[in-house]
Design a protein around this ligand. Sequence first.
Ligand SMILES: [Zn+2]
Ligand SMILES: [Zn+2]
Length: 245
Amino acid sequence: MIDKLRVIGQNIGKLMFPSVCPLCGEILEDNQDKEMYICQDCSQKLKPIKPPVCLKCGQEVDGIETDCCSDCAVVTRSYVKGFPALKYSPEMSKCLSDFKYHNMRSYAAFLADIIVRERGKEILLAGPEVIVPVPVHKSKLKVRGYNQAQVLGEELGRRLKLPVDTELIERGVKTAPQKELSNAQREENLKRAFISSRKIVEYKSALIVDDIYTTGATVEACTGVLHSMGIEDVYYTCVCIGQGL
Ligand SMILES: [Zn+2]
Ligand SMILES: [Zn+2]
């Protein structure tokens, strides 16, 4: 009887809150791959990063002759290595925007699964001791109610069995929206954006987590703060890597 009631309850729940594909919004049928939380059409459209990759930022490069992408060849990268999961695509754009701005924090499980599937082994091999989500400014947190990088980092931490530290880095001065700035301005803007009130930490290595990696300025700025605390080996991971977003 109780089992029956539970099944009825679950079915009512499905009717009221059906699982929808985070990319196209289509209601997911029961026979679809629930583990992916995504419809089959959209799963074909994901663009996992495939070798050869840049040995620094981890994005795909054209030839196997080059170790670094054209960006990493000219820009300072203080982190050891990056593990982006997917190439940025229009299909992922809406999903990540809903995740960040429209309270779809439930997508975190789906997005963390993607990172684990695509780069999990390499991350564990690198062996970071702690996950550090890119922080947002308190005022943004107040408006949005959550930090998407933190929600993602926590899901990732559960899967990789790594602790998550949300207090290592704080957002200092409020920065202008990155979208409106040139690359040079972005870097300058971000240099002052992250601070830490902690001087001594127990970690020697860390994994920065963010949803999207564009110019790398955010990760670079966070790496600087982690280095200043004595965390020597800094890695990063993200769901999507892409230019000109
Ligand atoms: Zn879909
Ligand atoms: Zn690169």
